[in-house]
Design a protein. Structure first.
Length: 95
């Protein structure tokens, strides 16, 4: 779970999820940024649903089947995101 780099409070899953697009600390109200290492990880994480593509080509699923499979996978990925999120006080460059 992410820890606010300003006040040191740990965010709960629910709190993180609520502010997932803004990343504003629910305790001190300070804007937080995703750290560079976390961004790399979450970037790879968000690619998980893409593993469906070759599987799809292999089995020749219909679009409806793919959506049916991709939706829960996407939700799981999204739901696990607060667990890998690490915060930073400033925008960190990728390199
Ligand atoms: Zn805070």
């Amino acid at each position: 779970m992410p820890i606010c780099q300003n006040c040191g409070e740990k965010w709960s899953w629910k709190q993180t999820f609520k502010t997932i697009f803004r990343l504003k600390c629910p305790y001190c109200g300070k804007k937080q940024y995703e750290s560079a290492s976390s961004r790399t990880k979450s970037g790879a994480f968000m690619l998980i649903p893409l593993v469906l593509l070759p599987i799809n080509a292999w089995f020749e699923f219909s679009v409806g089947t793919v959506l049916l499979l991709a939706t829960p996978l996407f939700l799981i990925t999204f739901g696990l995101y607060p667990f890998i999120l690490k915060l930073s006080n400033e925008i960190e460059p990728y390199w």
